[in-house]
Each structure stands twice: as structure tokens, then as C-alpha cells.
Design a protein around this ligand. Structure first.
Ligand code: CP
Ligand code: NVA
Length: 308
């Protein structure tokens, strides 16, 4: 069973093949209407369940459109409206869904929910974000970097702000794709040691640097994300904003990066908090290419999962 649960759990050669497939599929569409199927429709006759226990715009729409372009069908399920949200176990949900659908994508809170789903499902399961990781996003980000600047291996990626789920998957990707990664943010919001250890074991240079201006020096790619994630309590908002304000990505900070550095944000953004609109809409920014590439990267992930 080929689940796509996390970047560090997926073979680097398979990850590379998925990026290549995604790029080829994107090129092949060549401006066709979004609703038209691809030339190849390997998901024809297949049903995909998309389960959301948290809000989503990009993940929801890109998976839905992606499945249809590949010739398949989708059903979008809200966790709250399923029996899952009313006491049915994850294991039973996984067993039942596996009788109806060919593939399950789930966005949830606890990583344990994703893992239990994968353990009991007899069809592939894809991680559409948990509190700990967001692997589909980082597949799109690697694809986006390479589409603009060529191989990401050996490049310097700097993460500014909260060491959250997206940051965690970036660290996994640093290890698997061989790039260097600098985290700059307050100590209390450092990424988990496990993520850092994985990337270091794989030979990537991982740096923790409290001063954002020093951190961004010579960066090839500067990345940030919201200061308050969906799983963070609303009560933590003010404290987080105060802690994270020095790590805002603004034009002054971007002058420290390489002149041709890219800027990424997985979106949704709180404009002029974690990044200014001047940066988000400025010459370094590729945020909407990232959003588009969710579609292409996930189509490649689904094809890999199903072996089609
Ligand atoms: N980047 C991302 O996953 O966006 P959504 O929350 O809109 O799916
Ligand atoms: N870190 C954010 C990412 C949203 C796509 C969150 O978990 O809310």
C-alpha cells in the first residue's frame, strides 16, 4: 500500500519522480480550460474521498479539480458531518470508506488520526495537513522553486517565524531533496527536534539563527507562514504576534537575500503580519504559482499512490 503520509517516509527517488511527473503534466495542459480532462485519465472509474476536519480552500479545490482532470470522481466530506465527528472510531471509518472509495485524502488535527486511518484503510491515504506536517504543500513548493530556478539541491532556504507544520515538512524536504535550511524565529516556536534531526542525518546543513537579518543573508528562498495556525488556540494570538513581529518578511529583510531569491507562503496569509503586501506582491514572490502547483503536484502524488 502506497500511502503518502509524510515526505520523510517517502523514498527520495519516488519524490523526485513525482515532481517530474507533476512538471510534465503541467506542461501538457498548456493553458487548456481547467475543467477539461488531461490527455491521460488514469483515475477513470476511481472514486476519491476528501475528508476535512479543518477549513481549506487550496487543498480542497486543488484535489477536487486534480482528480477530475485525471478522469476520476470525488466526494468532499466534512469531518463534523460524518459519524467520525460523533464518536465512530477512525479505524471503523477507514475500513468502511475502503469498501466504497479507491483513495482517501484527510486533513485533520492530530497526526495519530492520520496514522490510524492509514493503518486500517485498505486503500491509499494522503496527508492533507495535520498539526505536525503538510507534505503536499512542500511538494508544490519544491516544484515551484525548481520551475523558476532549477534544482533546489544545495540551495539555502530560510524559514521566518513559527516552526509549525509547514516548517516541519520543509525540514523533511531539506533532508530528502538535499537543500540547506535555516530557521529564524523565537526559541519557544522552534521546529521540533525530530524534524531537525532527520534533515541533519540526511546530511543537510540546518541552522537555527535568532537574528532574522543574519539568517536571510544569501538566501535563495525565503518562506513564511501564518503566525497562528488552525490548531493554535485563539488565546495564544496576542502573545504569538508579539513574539513573531521581529520575523516579519518585509522589503528590508528581503534585501539581505540573494538578488534573485524567491519568496514563498503557502497561504492563506494575514497580509502585513507575517509578510508585507509589498513582498507578497513584489518581484521575489511566487505565492500564486505555489498555489497552482498544489494541483499538479497532488495529481502526481495520487498517481504514485495508485500506481497509475
Ligand atoms: N495552503 C493550504 O493548504 O491552503 P488551504 O488551507 O486553503 O487548503
Ligand atoms: N500552518 C497553517 C497552514 C495552513 C495551510 C495551519 O496549519 O493553519
Amino acid at each position: 500500500m502506497k500511502h503518502f503520509l509524510d515526505i520523510h517516509k517517502t523514498d527520495p527517488a519516488a519524490l523526485r519522480a513525482m515532481i517530474d511527473t507533476a512538471q510534465a503534466m503541467k506542461a501538457a495542459r498548456n493553458g487548456r480550460p481547467k475543467g477539461s480532462p488531461d490527455d491521460e485519465t488514469p483515475l477513470k472509474g476511481r472514486m476519491v474521498a476528501l475528508i476535512f476536519e479543518k477549513p481549506s480552500t487550496r487543498t480542497r479545490v486543488s484535489f477536487d479539480v486534480g482528480v477530475r482532470q485525471l478522469g476520476g470522481e470525488t466526494m468532499v466530506l466534512s469531518g463534523k458531518e460524518m459519524q467520525l465527528g460523533h464518536g465512530e472510531t477512525i479505524a471503523d471509518t477507514a475500513r468502511v470508506l475502503s469498501r466504497y472509495v479507491d483513495l482517501i485524502m484527510i486533513r485533520t488535527f492530530e497526526e495519530a488520526t492520520l496514522l490510524e486511518m492509514a493503518e486500517h484503510a485498505t486503500v491509499p491515504v494522503i496527508n492533507g495537513l495535520t498539526n505536525r506536517t503538510h507534505p503536499c504543500q512542500i511538494m508544490a513548493d519544491v516544484m515551484t522553486y525548481e520551475e523558476h530556478r532549477g534544482p533546489i539541491a544545495g540551495k539555502k532556504v530560510v524559514w521566518c517565524g513559527d516552526g509549525n507544520n509547514v516548517c516541519g515538512s520543509f525540514l523533511h524536504a531539506a533532508g530528502q531533496f538535499g537543500f540547506d535550511f535555516t530557521f529564524t524565529g523565537p526559541e519557544t516556536l522552534d521546529p521540533e527536534d525530530k524534524f531537525v534531526a532527520f534533515a541533519r542525518e540526511k546530511g543537510s546543513k540546518i541552522t537555527i539563527q535568532r537574528d532574522p537579518f543574519t539568517a536571510v543573508e544569501g538566501a535563495d528562498l525565503v518562506v513564511t507562514d501564518t503566525w497562528v495556525s488552525m490548531h493554535d488556540p485563539e488565546s495564544a494570538k496576542e502573545r504569538r504576534h508579539n513574539q513573531l513581529r521581529p520575523y516579519q518578511v518585509n522589503e528590508q529583510l528581503m534585501t539581505r537575500a540573494k538578488p534573485d531569491a524567491l519568496f514563498m507562503h503557502c497561504l492563506p496569509a494575514h497580509r502585513n503580519d507575517e509578510a508585507t503586501s509589498a513582498v507578497m506582491d513584489g518581484p521575489h514572490s511566487v505565492i500564486f504559482d505555489e498555489a497552482e502547483n498544489r494541483l499538479h503536484a497532488q495529481k502526481a502524488v495520487m498517481r504514485w499512490c495508485l500506481g497509475v
